[in-house]
Design a protein around this ligand. Structure first.
Ligand code: T3D
Length: 267
């Protein structure tokens, strides 16, 4: 039987999805795209899941598109029909990025090793990115004559500003995790020895938080990119109205006043 390309494990309310093609640094094949999207859909639909962690098996996180996958990579034989790369982006990377950004629960990227090309931008689509100190980020696209995809052109300038974004994308240099955290590309760089435990603690913490409010926070911040201040303020009012009627707000206030830990249940 073939190994699954995505390993799914549960720990309490935390679901971990580990990309599982370690020999090719977990690069994306059509099969892995299918399994990953299905795993994200399943986590979204499962009310017991309150945080999703994405990570990689072996020494890498994800090396982007598998450049040897015949279903997506260009056919290099002389006279072969040129591949429609845009179709692959529409078919695989756009749904992946939009799925991550619309998850009803927080998504934590635990970048355990090198994250390159669409693999790097898949991580950057996530809500919080924690990187092991030995990990690195490579916008590898320019080296093969492409532009950043999987949301890279939208994410990079918003995360690190136009100057850093263009330098990362045009030069394609490998950025060490520590430097990635310093320039704000990722949230945190932690020592390899404590990486797994830090990720576990952070994921459990997120899973105990008011899930719906966290998902609405992401949604409102993404929406604000296209709004002026007045429109963003109105959007905040709309979302607070919804959350204000929900259980978790009442629970949060009651717990605060009673000086007890809250028990959040909305999703
Ligand atoms: O094509 C389309 O449909 C468009 C979609 C585009 C989206 C994209 O993601 S484009 C960008 C694709 N990714 C890359 O260009 C990255 C290519 N990989 C690398 O530059 C390097 O492998 C890394 C910097 C990621 C890591 O370097 P290193 O020295 O740590 O490892 P390595 O020795 O290069 O790789 C280890 C193995 O993984 C090696 O296989 P081998 O020799 O042991 O059998 C290597 O070929 C394989 N591997 C790494 N990346 C890929 C890959 N195999 C297929 N596709 C890969 N992307």
């Amino acid at each position: 039987m073939e190994e699954p390309t995505v390993l799914v494990t549960n720990e309490g309310a935390v679901r971990t999805l580990a990309l599982n093609r370690p020999k090719a640094l977990n690069s994306f094949t059509a099969a892995m795209h299918g399994e990953l999207l299905a795993a994200l859909d399943a986590a979204a639909a499962d009310a017991s899941v309150r945080c999703v962690v994405v990570t990689g098996s072996g020494r890498g996180f994800c090396a982007g598109q598998d450049l040897a996958d015949p279903s997506v990579a260009p056919n290099l034989e002389a006279g072969a029909t040129p591949t429609d790369v845009g179709a692959a982006i529409e078919r695989y990377y756009k749904p992946l990025a939009l799925r991550v950004r619309s998850m009803p629960v927080p998504v934590l990227a635990a970048v355990n090793g090198v994250a390159a090309g669409a693999g790097a931008n898949f991580a950057l689509c996530c809500d919080i990115v924690v990187a092991a100190r030995s990990a690195s980020f490579v916008q590898a696209f320019a080296k093969i004559g492409l532009i950043p995809d999987c949301g890279g052109t939208w994410l990079l300038p918003r995360l690190v500003g136009r100057g850093h974004a263009l330098a990362l994308a045009m030069l394609g240099d490998k950025l060490a995790a520590e430097e990635a955290a310093r320039i704000g590309l990722v949230w945190k760089c932690v020592d390899d020895a404590v990486f797994a435990s830090e990720v576990g603690t952070l994921a459990a913490r997120l899973a105990a938080m008011p899930t719906r409010a966290l998902a609405r926070t992401r949604q409102a911040m993404d929406a604000s990119q296209d709004l002026d201040l007045a429109a963003a303020l109105s959007h905040e009012a709309d979302v607070q109205r919804e959350l204000g009627y929900a259980h978790d707000f009442h629970e949060g206030v009651a717990a605060f006043l009673a000086k007890r830990p809250p028990v959040f249940t909305d999703r």
